[in-house]
Design a protein around this ligand. Structure first.
Ligand code: ATP
Ligand code: MG
Length: 341
């Protein structure tokens, strides 16, 4: 198949399934801000259609959507540099997802670990949408011919599935139409862990508020949560190898490194031998310094929902201008009659 040249384009999204966490900030938003610039066209999305794969109260979904958008804007996603919108305003995502449901194989979906984690023991009661979610995610990415997807470690398998869907589509319909998108998973905090259980990732939909730092938490709450974070009794080692069997310690060091734009090695060089009584307050102070300006701006934006809605509407129009021609070409390649055009 002939090689196709694709415009370097970034797509990524966050579900409005709860308040934003430090995991969402370090694993996603902070890096999205850094990718804005001449190297890429950047498209960022509040993926509300993904949120409803688990129950969302209609009375709160709109505000949750605006809060995620506010978190992105307050962190530095600039509508002049990036396209920012919510998924439900661009129908092409759901349309392409259906086409991809007929490309993706059941065997591939059955391997998705996130479905197993989220469905839990009672998978029979999970929604069909939760199972099909990776196919919609592939559509989110490929409806823009996105070449790069900055995500946390937990989404790696879904981006790989996106590549499988693109490759099978290209093979079946005889044209190198969809790019084989690269996941971009770089930095010290690609899997921020739950503060009470270092074997689980920090999630906005997790059970207890104490297990996560929310981007809107105030200084006292942040200090309290880090203070109560589970750790072992040992002081910090001088080298990263010393964190190998210490997931909770490694997590706090990685968070410190990501917040201060450095590496775990550099953090340990500065803090070797420190006990938790010293390191945890230093970490809390750093987190407050970085998050407080963002949370203040989020509060301002949340008090101006019309401003957010206008940005999302404009972004949706710009997104659709890219997505619709790609969707149309997909229908053509598959042989549909589209005589209304
Ligand atoms: P939910 O619990 O509803 O799944 P979530 O916190 O996992 O919420 P998502 O909307 O699923 O958030 O993911 C949004 C982005 O944030 C993705 O790129 C994901 O990889 C990233 N992300 C989520 N949690 C973490 C984490 N703990 N560490 C690093 N990145 C994360
Ligand atoms: Mg998630």
């Amino acid at each position: 198949m002939a090689e196709t040249q694709f415009t370097p384009r970034v797509f990524s999204g966050i579900k409005p399934s709860g308040g934003l966490t430090l995991g969402n900030y370090l694993g996603a938003i902070k890096r999205w801000v850094d990718m804005q610039g001449p190297a890429f066209e950047t498209i960022y999305c509040v993926v509300d259609l993904h949120a409803i794969t688990v129950w969302q109260d209609p009375a709160t979904l709109a505000d949750a959507t605006r809060e995620v958008a506010a978190g992105m804007l307050a962190s530095g996603i600039d509508p002049a540099k990036s396209i920012l919108f919510n998924q439900a305003q661009v129908p092409a995502h759901a349309e392409l997802a259906w086409l991809f449901n007929c490309v993706a194989r059941l065997g591939w979906m059955n391997r998705m670990t996130q479905f197993k984690d989220k469905a839990g023991k009672n998978a029979e009661k999970a929604s069909l949408g939760l199972y099909a979610y990776p196919s919609l995610m592939a559509a989110d990415i490929l409806v823009y011919h996105a070449t790069h997807v900055p995500v946390g470690e937990d989404q790696k398998q879904h981006v790989e599935l996106t590549r499988d869907i693109a490759a099978k589509f290209n093979h079946d319909y005889g044209e190198a139409f969809f790019p084989l998108t690269e996941p971009v998973i770089e930095g010290p905090a690609m899997r921020v862990m739950n503060l009470r259980d270092g074997s689980k990732k920090m999630s906005k939909s997790g059970d207890s508020d104490m297990e996560r730092i929310n981007m809107t938490d105030d200084a006292d709450t942040i200090a309290k949560k880090f203070k109560k974070a589970r750790t072992d009794p040992e002081p910090l080692p001088g080298e990263v190898a010393g964190l190998a069997d210490r997931p909770e310690a490694k997590n706090l060091v990685d968070i410190y490194a990501a917040l201060s734009d450095t590496t775990a090695e550099a953090v340990l060089r500065d803090h070797a031998g420190a006990g938790w009584g010293t390191f945890k307050p230093a970490l809390a102070e750093l987190a407050v310094e970085k998050l407080a300006p963002i949370s203040d701006e989020m509060k301002r934006l949340m008090a101006a929902p019309d401003e957010i809605d206008a940005i999302l509407a404009k972004g949706a129009e710009r997104a659709e201008a890219i997505a619709n021609p790609i969707l149309e070409r997909t229908f053509d390649l598959m042989g549909f009659v589209r005589s209304r055009r």
